[in-house]
Ligand binder design. Structure first.
Ligand code: SF4
Length: 316
């Protein structure tokens, strides 16, 4: 029995079958890199964007068909989510986006489309258009946005050059909610300057907004980034693995138990990276977090009692 609500369990509950993500990598860019907002990108973002896998030039449908069988066989998956994962997947002309949606819907077994994107790259017009294609082609299919927030600390959002604020993130979540679109959120719990209080505030924010799922990342440092430069100059303060584990625990304790957790930390390539998960492999860190949750008897949502006018309990 897991001590937090895993994404796998969430998908099983939602779709009644083993459901897996099929990654789609497109040749895209991002307004924080192409000059619309800035050319530098986020301080941690390498030239390949948020994903380290090579983007493919093959079509959406071809990519999905190619990967579907191997994933089905390996994980005994019966249903699938088309996951548009790298860079900013709604940052393209509307017709192109609609075509991507349409292609994904042509693949049998797809029950959900998930688009990783920035909070400032979604609006009502785009959502309505995407939903219209779904309605026409496969109305049972769900649409989810995976929004990069990284931290609720708006001072840190500025210092890492995210190019959007906390308010824009909240606006994107509320807009998605208005249309019945699911929301996942990506967070980095160890951004330089962030604290344990920020980890808690992240959990409180996502709980108050009732998002569907969250993916946690530990910051990794790529060579070709602003953080890479600072790291090589010895000017980047990174917290220890023990402190990261404390923050994950605090985050989980304060997170609404109904919000699914996709990951407790991210994966990153060693090549071209200066710092990845304190030199440990993904599973070692993952299992250390699980051990600590077990040892301290901690479960997700143990401290989730701060909403609904908590202070008024004095009078009841
Ligand atoms: S928003 Fe994503 S793709 Fe764009 S610069 Fe930041 S991390 Fe990179």
């Amino acid at each position: 029995m897991s001590r937090y609500y895993t994404y796998n369990q969430h998908l099983q509950d939602k779709y009644g079958a083993k459901t897996y993500k099929l990654p789609v990598n497109l040749l895209l860019t991002c307004p924080n890199r192409d000059g619309v907002l800035s050319t530098g990108g986020c301080a941690y973002c390498g030239s390949k964007g948020a994903s380290f896998e090579e983007a493919s030039v093959t079509s959406v449908k071809e990519q999905l068909l190619e990967i579907k069988e191997p994933i089905a066989n390996k994980y005994k998956a019966e249903k699938f989510i088309a996951y548009f994962q790298n860079f900013t997947n709604t940052y393209l002309p509307l017709e192109e986006l609609k075509d991507n949606v349409a292609q994904a819907l042509e693949v049998e077994g797809i029950v959900e489309l998930a688009f990783a994107t920035r909070p400032d790259c979604i609006n009502k017009e785009y959502l309505e258009a995407m939903l219209a294609v779904i309605e026409q082609q496969a109305p049972e299919t769900n649409l989810t946005l995976e929004l990069g927030l990284q931290t609720a600390n708006y001072h840190i959002l500025k210092s890492i050059n995210r190019g959007h604020t906390l308010a824009e993130f909240i606006d994107a979540v509320l807009t998605a909610r208005e249309y019945g679109v699911g929301v996942g959120v990506h967070l980095i719990l160890n951004l330089p300057g962030d604290s344990r209080e920020d980890a808690i505030e992240n959990a409180k924010l996502l709980s108050a907004l009732q998002v569907d799922n969250v993916k946690l990342h530990a910051l990794y440092i790529r060579e070709d980034t602003r953080f890479g430069e600072l790291y090589q100059q010895g000017k980047l303060d990174l917290i220890s693995l023990e402190e990261y584990i404390e923050r994950v625990i605090l985050f989980l304790e304060h997170l609404d138990p109904q919000i699914a957790v996709q990951r407790l930390l991210g994966k990153a390539p060693r090549e071209g990276s200066l710092f990845v998960n304190w030199g440990y492999d993904y599973w070692t860190v993952h299992n250390r977090i699980l051990d600590e949750l077990e040892k301290r008897n901690i479960e997700q949502g143990q401290k989730f009692d701060y909403l609904q006018g908590k202070a008024l309990t004095k009078f009841s």
